[in-house]
Design a protein. Structure first.
Length: 401
């Protein structure tokens, strides 16, 4: 009877696992189709006007000096002519003459090409040019793909089956954002509802795929959902109190100029950015607390709601500072160039901290940290109630193993 119960539990978990995978595929397909039929925008995989090519030789390199922004400032521009071999399509194997222009008027330009580099070419728009094609950019997708494959291989090596489940959940999460959320927002759907829907889907599917259908997973889902909803409520409140418009950068201005079916709500973009950005850290905290308390409940001879809750709070306190630092440093790092620029041109610290872009970044970091703080006691309370609801039996211990 004991073995039968064990097999039954394992079978149920496998069935739920495959149901989660099938539901995820259906959710992503239906969401994308709905968005596309409503006018959602999604770029094609490749641009037929660009030619993928490999540099085989450099025929000429010319350096020209020209006046800069001031009369005493001279800058250099580099013109390089090179031959490249087409890598695909109608130009595969064909030798093409192209040029790379590095304008010295603007700093931080791309590196000069070398033989063996893979580049993208397009028809040269300059009627006075001596080459048919001009260089667009380096082809970095191959190197990026290898880099990502190494990361996935490391997940498999160190995580084994857990690593495989992590890869699958990661793919579903990325697809949910880029294949469903982004097209639906561009199609004019309510960005608040879309963001909440994507967060709920991501939390449930990720935890079910990685950890299976257990009490521990249920505890983490409830705690994480509560933390995400708390971050959303705090964001709405602070957006109103601080009178944020969402117009924080040149990119947000471009969003207003898009010819979408419905104007994009910039406040909604801030809301979505905060709860999606905080979701990863909140999920990590919720799962860590739920897992630690599950292990404690299994090993302890006698457990009570009060003792488990107190243990969860003690564990959570050790995580608070590091997770809060993680969020703050992540937001600072992602906008470091803009922060440096604003700091260089700000007339005072007071002016700097009142700029909407800086305020929005601070709200993102603090809201995410507050969500973590709220997730710890909520997850601890749920775990304390669920883990002590029924006494352990030998059959349950066999199932947990």
């Amino acid at each position: 009877m004991k073995d039968k119960t064990y097999v039954s539990a394992q079978t149920a978990r496998r069935v739920l696992y495959f149901v989660t995978v099938i539901f995820s595929v259906a959710f992503l397909y239906a969401g994308n189709r709905l968005a596309m039929q409503s006018g959602g925008l999604f770029p094609p995989f490749s641009d037929p006007s660009l030619i993928k090519a490999k540099v085989i030789s450099i025929s000429n390199r010319e350096v020209k000096e020209q006046q800069g922004f001031t009369t005493t400032d001279m800058v250099q521009s580099v013109h390089i002519q090179f031959f490249a071999q087409g890598l695909e399509g109608t130009h595969k194997g064909e030798t093409l003459l192209a040029e790379q222009v590095i304008d010295g008027m603007f700093g931080g330009q791309m590196e000069e090409i070398e033989v063996g580099d893979k580049v993208s070419l397009y028809l040269n728009p300059d009627p006075m040019a001596t080459t048919t094609y001009a260089m667009g950019d380096y082809l970095r997708s191959d190197g990026l793909m290898v880099f990502c494959l190494v990361f996935l291989a490391m997940l498999l090596v160190f995580g084994r089956m857990k690593g495989f489940h992590t890869i699958l959940s990661l793919l579903f999460t990325c697809a949910a954002v880029f294949v469903v959320f982004v097209p639906m927002v561009l199609a004019g759907y309510n960005i608040y509802y879309c963001a909440v829907m994507i967060c709920i889907y991501t939390v449930v599917s990720t935890l079910l795929l990685v950890n299976g259908a257990t009490t521990k997973t249920l505890t983490a889902i409830i705690g994480c959902a509560a933390g995400v909803f708390a971050s959303g409520a705090i964001t709405l409140l602070m957006t109103k109190l601080l009178k944020l418009s969402g117009l924080v950068s040149q990119e947000t201005q471009f969003l207003l100029d898009l010819g979408t079916a419905q104007p994009i709500d910039l406040k909604g973009v801030v809301f979505a950015a905060i709860i999606i950005g905080a979701m990863g850290a909140v999920m990590d905290v919720a799962m860590s607390v739920a897992s630690a308390l599950a292990e404690l409940a299994d090993q302890a001879a006698v457990v009570t709601v009060r003792s488990l809750f107190r243990s969860g709070m003690n564990i959570g306190r050790d995580m608070m500072s590091t997770m809060a630092n993680t969020l703050v440093l992540a937001y600072i790092g992602s906008s470091l160039a803009s922060v440096l620029l604003l700091a260089a041109y700000a007339k005072s610290v007071l002016e700097l901290v009142n700029r909407e872009m800086i305020v929005t970044e601070i709200v993102q970091a603090v809201t995410g940290s507050m969500a973590i703080l709220l997730t710890i006691p909520l997850t601890s309370l749920v775990a304390a109630v669920l883990y002590t609801r029924k006494p352990k039996t030998p059959e349950k211990e066999a199932i947990q193993e």
